[in-house]
Design a protein around this ligand. Sequence first.
Ligand code: IMP
Length: 176
Amino acid sequence: MHTDVKEILFTSEQIKGRIQELGRQINADYRGKMLVLVGILNGVKPFLNDLLSTLNLPVSHDLIELSSYGQSTVSSGTVHVLKDVALDISGKDVLLVEDIVDTGLTLHTAIEHLRSRKTGSLKTCALLNKQTRRSVAITPDYYGFTIPDLFVVGYGLDYAENYRELPYIGVLKINK
Ligand code: IMP
């Protein structure tokens, strides 16, 4: 375990197992349809890749980037679109994929942004859900795990661009 990590919340095996379950649910819900997955950069990459590999639907994917926390563990309260989707998503069934939903501001901003592109159906999927921290009333349609109010790293999640490479999700020692 990394010396900056206090505790492992989910091992690589637990994460992969839960993503298989999410994939089965998404395959069933979108059977006979084409799906566009739109991932929110940067932390979503491992989750998006592993989720894609569980899907047996005609699927395409794209990425969107929103302003992040930078060097902080608390949200600044405003979110901007830094990189837009390149695919034409008008009229398409879109699943917005995020690594972790905390205050909900990022997901909310991304939803509003994609709606302005006149998507068909629009649902959301997050690996981690910090439900108690919400400032926007929003719950992802699909999510892997609910976690308490702790700052976590690994499996794509960073603190100041560090720890993304860890194969597990762990609690950072800076948490009180
Ligand atoms: P929200 O806008 O407050 O919901 O924050 C969502 C974004 O903040 C996520 O996509 C992550 O990039 C980042 N974030 C929130 N909580 C954590 C955490 O515990 N570890 C790492 N990044 C986090």
